[in-house]
Design a protein around this ligand. Structure first.
Ligand code: SF4
Length: 162
């Protein structure tokens, strides 16, 4: 499912930069994601909307009929049906699976969670650079300019750490 399968997706690969930058327009999702990231996460569980943003950042939305491919770092686990982030360097283990089964607590459920690309929904989210709006645009810019309704359509369950 990783981006290796999506080389001709029409989206530019994102560099591993964490610089913040001003851009001409601020997307609704961008301002929401910035607010969440700046607030920090003191709760035991992540909020549903934040997890939905994370799922889009990692998995894209092609699985629900959208056009956004998975992240360039998304890797298939050796365990069928599971995925982990290849950019974090923490490998393929149950604890690093981004989404687990049913009621199990997964990596994307952590209230505070970093992303090597600073993508929307993560605690260290940084806004896209101005040039990311130029064709081919980046996945980050695309997500920042999505409609809320598209985010709300992403199916997620939120688990609490026991
Ligand atoms: S955590 Fe960040 S870099 Fe890793 S797969 Fe998700 S969006 Fe990509």
């Amino acid at each position: 499912m990783g981006c290796k399968n999506c080389k001709n997706s029409g989206f530019r690969k994102l560099n591993e930069t964490k610089k913040n930058a001003l851009k001409k327009g601020i997307g609704m999702v961008q301002s929401y994601a910035s607010a969440l990231a700046s607030r920090g996460f003191g709760n035991k569980k992540v909020e549903k909307a934040t997890k939905q943003l994370r799922v889009i950042s990692c998995f894209g939305n092609q699985h629900v009929g959208g056009v956004l491919p998975p992240c360039q770092h998304l890797e298939n686990s050796k365990s069928v049906g599971k995925h982990f982030c290849g950019g974090c360097g923490c490998g393929d283990r149950e604890a690093t699976w981004l989404i687990s089964e049913g009621n199990e607590y997964s990596k994307l459920d952590h209230p505070k969670l970093s992303c090597p690309l600073g993508m929307p929904g993560f605690t260290d989210y940084t806004a896209s650079e101005p040039n990311e709006a130029e064709e081919p645009i980046t996945r980050k810019y695309y997500i920042e300019n999505m409609e809320y309704t598209e985010i709300q359509d992403i199916p997620v369950t939120v688990q609490v750490k026991q």
